[in-house]
Design a protein around this ligand. Structure first.
Ligand SMILES: *[C@@H]1O[C@H](CO)[C@@H](O)[C@H](O)[C@H]1NC(C)=O
Ligand SMILES: *[C@@H]1O[C@H](CO)[C@@H](O)[C@H](O)[C@H]1NC(C)=O
Ligand SMILES: *[C@@H]1O[C@H](CO)[C@@H](O)[C@H](O)[C@H]1NC(C)=O
Ligand SMILES: *[C@@H]1O[C@H](CO)[C@@H](O)[C@H](O)[C@H]1NC(C)=O
Ligand SMILES: *[C@@H]1O[C@H](CO)[C@@H](O)[C@H](O)[C@H]1NC(C)=O
Length: 506
């Protein structure tokens, strides 16, 4: 009860701050503040007169104040927007709950779209990567184990929702352990879809808002799969979600093209020899179900992976994290490749990348703090949950992965969904060549030919528009593009939301 009250007061305080900051908004902003204050009075008076009615009042207050509001996140920089975190149950019978963190847009959240961000793996956390290394307002800070403000946060342009999915990733869990034996693409899309409807019940003002899904890496599979799920169910008006577009960075798209691109990129960027490349070209058929039964092929792909183990495959020209020898060992096992299993390497979670290759460790330290977990409503303040940035068991035991989502692209284009794909051109894991091979195989008509796009008077990369799809590169960025090019990424995101081409003049 007391907690709800405190939440309410803080909520009011935030409104007041917001009103202070932009004078022009003062009157409309003050009105809801005053009215919520009055409503609070109406609810509070009976509390003091009739103690027996406390439970009822508490329930009424909870519907008035969202109990997922985050009010005391340790080390949090002061901000003028609200953010919420917590679990939502997606399946009552097996007890599955997904963890989310939602940041309102920094200004005018009522007028801005809603964007769901997903990271990949499978098994990696959208909170650990997307929210706190790439595009969230609070990013992990190298000194100590705190967080700092990110001036290029994507919540400047949209209301940003980060989801840890599926169960077993980050804080998300299932009370039925056998659920972990059936994780795959479809299971993930199903639970993410259930999550969205649960989330809209908690945040009803977003129910009909313009909605987009964005993400990177293995989310290249998750995103079109979830979009298709939504489109199919939108036929039922009561389930309608206002999906407008999808945005994907260095996305896994089509296993055969992704492999071809990875091999050609390693050769053209001097990671493997002409001889190795030639053997792979002659002996590997990446379209076959039986690629690795050819020894020449698997030996030479092994050679490629051996070379990549020496550097950061996700960012060819930056250093690896040398702080912690234990994590370097882990890195070797993550790049391990089993001849029998094409799946294993195909779905490898990303390791480290970015200017600071040790970011994963800072995130791990931060999210394993009891005070942080309490503030995010994942712990009662006594029992620590074990949080890791990627769950290797999930990755290793993934049951089903769609070999290609290109047929879904075609379906989404037909449904009028905006598709933008971007690629950091120094990533060796899902390199720009993989993405170009995949898009090229769609055979779409080119509507605006290849040209540079600019940010702050410099070439950020190149882009090309097709009927139904826009493709762009980020010059000198690794796998997780916004870590490398925060300001360019925000400008690009803004263009995507508007549906305008990225700026093509200096
Ligand atoms: C809950 O999950 C189980 C599998 O663990 C599934 O059989 C069941 O259909 C799900 N229930 C709903 C309502 O989706
Ligand atoms: C999982 O089990 C715990 C302990 O019984 C319970 O507190 C929690 O609510 C359950 N989670 C879900 C999503 O049902
Ligand atoms: C990782 O996933 C497995 C199931 O695949 C689960 O049992 C385990 O609790 C998860 N680990 C963490 C740290 O969440
Ligand atoms: C590669 O495998 C696919 C699928 O099995 C097959 O259709 C194709 O003919 C093969 N290509 C070559 C060059 O053998
Ligand atoms: C947390 O999870 C990791 C990875 O699954 C595991 O190695 C570690 O032992 C776990 N720690 C605790 C305290 O459970």
């Amino acid at each position: 009860m007391l907690l709800s009250l405190i939440h309410h007061l803080l909520f009011c305080k935030l409104y007041l701050q917001e009103a202070h900051i932009s004078n022009m908004d003062f009157v409309p902003k003050l009105a809801p503040f005053l009215s919520s204050f009055l409503i609070a009075l109406v609810y509070l008076v009976p509390l003091f007169s009739a103690r027996q009615g406390q439970y009822v009042i508490e329930k009424r207050l909870n519907t008035l104040v969202n109990d997922h509001l985050v009010t005391n996140l340790p080390n949090q920089p002061e901000v003028d927007f609200r953010h919420y975190a917590g679990f939502l149950t997606v399946n009552e019978t097996s007890g599955r709950a997904l963890f989310y963190w939602f940041y309102e847009a920094a200004t005018r959240p009522d007028e801005k779209p809603l964007v769901l961000w997903l990271n990949g793996g499978p098994g990696c956390s959208s909170v650990g990567y997307g929210a706190t290394q790439e595009i969230g307002p609070f990013i992990v800070d190298a000194n100590g184990n705190g967080i700092k403000y990110n001036p290029d946060s994507w919540n400047r342009e949209a209301n940003m929702l980060f989801l840890e999915s599926p169960v077993g990733v980050g804080f998300s869990y299932s009370n039925t352990s056998t659920d972990y034996n059936i994780l795959g693409d479809e299971f993930t899309a199903n639970d993410a879809y259930a999550f969205l409807h649960k989330w809209f019940l908690k945040f009803p003002s977003y129910r009909t808002r313009m909605f987009y899904i964005a993400g990177e890496s293995y989310a290249g599979k998750y995103i079109p799969e979830l979009a298709e799920f939504i489109i199919d169910r939108n036929k039922d008006a009561s389930l309608h979600i206002n999906l407008r577009g999808i945005l994907m960075g260095n996305p896994e798209t089509n296993d055969a093209e992704d492999w071809r691109g990875m091999v050609d990129y390693a050769w053209s960027h001097a990671v493997i020899s002409d001889e190795t490349h030639k053997v792979i070209s002659l002996s590997c058929n990446f379209s076959s179900d039986d690629t690795w039964s050819n020894n020449d092929c698997s030996d030479s792909v092994d050679e490629l992976l051996r070379q990549y183990k020496e550097i950061d495959i996700y960012s060819l020209y930056t250093s690896v994290c040398a702080r912690n020898s234990a994590s370097s060992d882990q890195k070797s096992t993550q790049v391990m490749f089993t001849r029998a299993s094409k799946m294993l390497y195909c779905q490898m979670p990303r390791i480290m990348g970015g200017y600071d290759p040790c970011l994963d460790e800072y995130a791990k330290a931060f999210y394993n703090r009891l005070d942080v977990q309490k503030a995010l409503h994942v712990s009662d303040g006594h029992h620590l949950r074990n949080w890791s940035i990627c769950n290797e068991t999930i990755f290793n035991e993934w049951k089903y992965s769609k070999p290609s989502v290109l047929p879904i692209y075609t379906k989404l284009i037909g449904a009028g969904i905006r598709i933008w794909v971007y690629s950091g051109d120094t990533d060796g894991r899902v390199p720009v060549l993989s993405t170009r091979y995949s898009i090229s195989s769609l055979g779409l008509k080119i509507t605006k030919s290849w040209r540079p796009w600019y940010h702050q008077r410099q070439v950020s990369g190149w882009f090309q528009e097709y009927e139904g799809l826009t493709f762009a590169t980020f010059r000198g960025a690794g796998h997780a593009v916004p870590i490398f090019k925060p300001s360019d990424s925000l400008a690009f995101f803004s263009a995507f939301l508007l549906g305008d081409a990225p700026p093509s003049a200096r």
